[in-house]
Write a new protein. Structure first.
Lengths: 749, 154
């Protein structure tokens, strides 16, 4: 610890996002990172064991590889160890996996790319220099966080280098022991192979390897030599998940543990005024009723008793600081397009006012509501407070901030909080927030000596879910002589990234870079262009939701571009390809056109829409095909082309892309969160359904590898889904839907 | 005390009869493949078999199922060779995996009902099982593959 005083400057670099990007830099740089002097694995290293860097530990009994990020379903617990195993010539089954503890050694290099004030497609020397400076800053701050689609971009280079350093050092140790030249050695299946064919297991070499200097100039192999990566491989966690054997955070148990559930003020962030627990006190299984800062908790002998009892407590709450009724949230947004609420004019090309006066004007207003994250595993955690400090078992994306938040809640120092990350049943941004951590610390502190397992009821999880930003866009443009001559994009929104940072202890006065995502990174040749964000004040807190700013701005921008293309009398696909000014991105559009055999209007109540968005550095094009039926719109098929530079884990890649499309479509058609009396009205999945299997289309995916950088894929497939669907509905029906959820305006089969 | 048969083993539990089977399994007996997702039969993550039928264990009060036979995913016969589980592994269905044990228990029930389900049958029977990660295309493929496997074994 100690290096986590992350100043806001780190984020000021960021014009675009907490984002993907890539671990660029030389091998030497990566190797330096890989052998940081503060390697956290050295602290608990057993006898005759060796650790080469923060990701590899070998004892005489076992090889342990560290997954540096949190596994939120995106496959971290598989692909990160496999990147190391590839270089070490280890086979699945020959190593154990452990999630990283809090340490600046695990700082996220992936955030560097888009913190720099350049759009992703700009890979000019000036842009790269700014990114290198940002990387240095991130190194100093030591920020360890999962997010921004950075699983692969952060670790592609450093984990392969970490594996190569381990391999070459083991070879050096074997060479010394056997008295042969390193060059005559090779490695295979967890062994060093000597020239005479004899094998020495890595486990046997651990003690020797600990005595020699690590081979820092080890280079990772060329992808043409990969055994595991780049090929269809079985995720390491698939079998245990299918067999029901994998323990998620919510499945953990401790000896002597009691169970807790909570009722917190649904007026987010406000305190409890008073409560009456007389009914709860005598209910079965109840051990204790506790008052905590913003609510009440029941400790009981099982989760269900705790949930039943806490539901029976009557509470009087302090009112919300934001408008209590949803209509007033929209009113605040409507009046936020004013200079005093200006976030930033992110990009300006040509003469926008003159351009808008040329040709035929087009204007449109779009809306996107608050949304919940609601991964299927509700918020939970186990906490154990003793006189020495607190131990906490919880699945979370920000280990250092978990320590800070828990420590601050109960008057400890961050280093007195021992954090054990857990497998999680999804996140989508939910597990970047802290309500369960803070509440668990308070309860466990009042129950000192007893391990406490906290489980939020689904209803409580909905009520406390800090939502996706709400936004309105007012876009203007003009077309002339079959061309788009001006595009003026303006949106007013709540601030997801600023909100998250503030709650993480890093308040910022700078404009929220996530409001630029999907607004300024528009890669069409349009002679007059402007993208501006306004930041609405006094509304519900908001946070990062799978694809963050691009989930709203991507819908607004690509819907509006489609309206302009139609106004200019052009074909939506051909026009986008013709206007696209980044060759690799044009290829993405051309690929999706080829996959879908795009030939213009389909007729007979069928329609296709296309959308293209770059998010977190990853360009994604999607075509959605729909049919208008007697019972409503049926989504038949989706084609997706996405360029990630390198497809490292092909099966999981396809799974992530399909999942992203389903996430984008499901929420666009079916979901909104609305406030009444200060609380959200949707408190279970029947009110916030997203997509079920009956609505799920066939989704065909193709990964491209033209981008010079290696990119992430967890979030980028989300933003194009909603506009591609809206554009398809327009093509099929002539009805232009400008507000999510779409089911307010049209039925879906 | 209430007596229950879970995966062929008899258990005595000392809880109120209104307590849902889900929480008895998870918290009282430590059987964790049935997951808590919604508590109101909206997500299907808690699906188990009671007397051979797929049931949402969050809705089954323990007092009403005394004497019946409960099977969770842990208790499936020949689990390692089970065609549905095999298909789930081969098609790499899980992402986060939290809903999958419930999906699998529901899919087993579907294939007991309809040996060769169409996509429409799958939509009909599997729509109560929510997946937030979006594994539906793989769930469909795995169910078709499992159906083919079961036919081949006959």
């Amino acid at each position: 610890m100690g290096r986590q005083n992350l100043s806001r400057r780190a984020f000021v670099f960021g014009s675009a996002a907490v984002a993907g990007g890539v671990a660029f830099g030389s091998y030497a740089e990566a190797a330096q990172t890989a052998t940081a002097s503060d390697n956290p694995l050295t602290a608990d290293l057993g006898p005759n064991s060796v650790t080469f860097n923060p990701w590899v530990e070998i004892s005489p009994e076992k090889i342990t590889l560290i997954a540096q990020h949190a596994d939120i379903g995106q496959g971290v617990g598989s692909v990160q160890p496999i990147m190391i195993a590839e270089e070490m010539d280890l086979d699945p089954g020959q190593f154990e996996i452990r999630f990283a503890g809090p340490s600046p050694a695990y700082f996220n290099t992936g955030f560097a790319d888009e913190f720099a004030p350049f759009v992703a497609a700009d890979q000019s020397p000036a842009a790269e220099e700014a990114r290198a400076a940002t990387l240095e800053y991130l190194r100093k701050t030591g920020l360890q966080m999962t997010g921004g689609s950075s699983t692969i971009p952060d670790t592609y280079q450093k984990l392969r280098v970490a594996g190569a350093v381990a391999r070459e050092t083991l070879k050096a140790a074997a060479a010394k022991r056997a008295g042969v030249a390193i060059a005559d050695l090779r490695t295979q299946s967890g062994h060093v192979v000597l020239p005479d064919g004899k094998k020495i297991a890595y486990l046997e070499l651990a003690a020797d390897a600990a005595k020699i200097a690590p081979v820092l100039d080890a280079k990772p192999r060329d992808p043409s030599q990969w055994r595991l990566l780049g090929k269809p491989m079985t995720r390491l966690d698939v079998r245990s998940k299918v067999m029901g054997e994998l323990k998620f955070g919510i499945d953990m148990r401790m000896d002597g543990m009691l169970y807790a559930s909570v009722k917190l003020n649904p007026n987010k962030g406000q305190p409890l005024k008073s409560y009456d627990a007389s009914k709860a006190r005598t209910m079965p299984g109840v051990k204790k009723i506790l008052e905590i800062r913003n609510g009440v908790a029941v400790v009981a002998t099982n989760s269900w008793y705790a949930m039943k009892a806490v539901a029976a407590i009557d509470c009087e709450w302090a009112p919300s600081a934001y408008p209590s009724e949803q209509a007033d949230h929209w009113k605040v947004l409507e009046t936020s397009f004013k200079p005093e609420f200006l976030g930033k004019e992110w990009r300006k090309i040509g003469d926008i006012e003159a351009g808008l006066k040329t040709g035929t004007p087009v204007e449109a207003e779009y809306r996107a509501p608050y949304l919940a994250h609601q991964p299927l595993e509700p918020l939970n955690g186990i906490g154990h407070v003793t006189d020495k400090g607190m131990e906490i078992w919880v699945g979370h994306q920000s280990p250092q901030f978990v320590q800070n938040i828990a420590a601050a809640a109960i008057g400890l120092k961050p280093e007195q909080v021992t954090f054990h990350n857990q497998w999680t049943g999804g996140s989508f941004g939910h597990r970047l927030e802290y309500e369960n951590v803070r509440v668990l610390a308070e309860i466990a502190n009042q129950m000192r000596g007893t391990p406490i397992k906290l489980v939020f009821s689904r209803e409580e999880d909905f009520l406390q879910d800090i939502p996706r930003q709400i936004a309105i866009a007012r876009h203007r443009g003009s077309v002339d002589n079959g061309k788009i001559v001006a595009v003026d994009l303006q949106l007013a929104s709540t601030t997801p990234l600023k909100g998250l940072l503030e709650r993480s202890g890093i308040p910022s006065k700078d404009p929220d870079g996530q409001l630029a995502a999907g607004l300024w990174n528009v890669y069409y040749d349009i002679p007059n262009f402007r993208g501006t964000s306004y930041e609405a004040q006094g509304l519900s807190p908001s946070t990062t939701w799978r694809s963050v700013g691009a989930s709203t701005a991507g819908f607004f921008t690509e819907s509006f571009i489609d309206e302009l293309i139609h106004a200019a009398g052009l074909d939506p696909m051909k026009a986008r390809i013709a206007m696209c000014n980044v060759p690799t991105y044009r290829k993405v559009l051309e690929t999706v056109a080829e996959m879908s055999d795009w030939k213009g209007p389909l007729g007979n109540g069928r329609g296709r829409g296309v959308a293209f968005v770059e998010a977190f550095g990853t360009p994604t094009a999607e075509v959605v095909e729909v049919t208008k039926t007697d019972r409503g719109i049926r989504i038949d098929k989706v084609w997706v082309a996405v360029d990630v530079g390198k497809v490292v884990d092909p099966v999981n890649f396809e799974n992530q892309v399909q999942g992203g499309v389903i996430w984008g479509l499901g929420h666009a058609i079916n979901c909104e969160l609305t406030y009444a009396k200060g609380a959200v009205q949707q408190t279970n999945y029947n009110h916030h359904e997203a997509m079920r299997i009956y609505q799920c289309p066939v989704i065909e995916v193709r990964g491209l590898e033209n981008d010079p950088k290696v990119r992430g894929v967890g979030e980028p497939p989300v933003p194009p889904a909603a506009p591609a669907l809206a554009n398809a509905i327009f093509a099929a029906t002539g009805q232009r839907i400008r507000e999510m959820p779409f089911n307010k305006f049209i039925d879906f089969v | 005390m209430i007596e229950l048969t879970i995966n062929g083993t008899k258990h005595q539990v000392d809880v109120v009869p209104e307590m849902p089977l889900l929480w008895v399994l998870r918290d009282e007996l430590g059987i964790t493949s049935p997951k808590y997702g919604c508590g109101v039969a909206q997500c299907g993550a808690c699906t188990v078999q009671i007397d051979g039928m797929a049931v949402r264990s969050c809705q089954a009060h323990i007092g009403e199922i005394a004497g019946k036979s409960v099977v969770t995913l842990e208790g499936l016969e020949k689990r390692d060779q089970h065609p549905v589980l095999q298909a789930w592994i081969e098609h790499q269905v899980p992402q986060c995996g939290y809903c999958q044990t419930g999906q699998i228990m529901q899919a087993i029930s579907l294939l007991d009902l309809i040996a060769q389900p169409t996509d429409e049958d799958i939509n009909e029977v599997m729509s109560g099982n929510l997946c937030r990660c979006g594994t539906y295309p793989r769930i469909r493929a795995a169910i078709h593959a499992a159906a083919a496997k079961k036919m081949a074994e006959k």
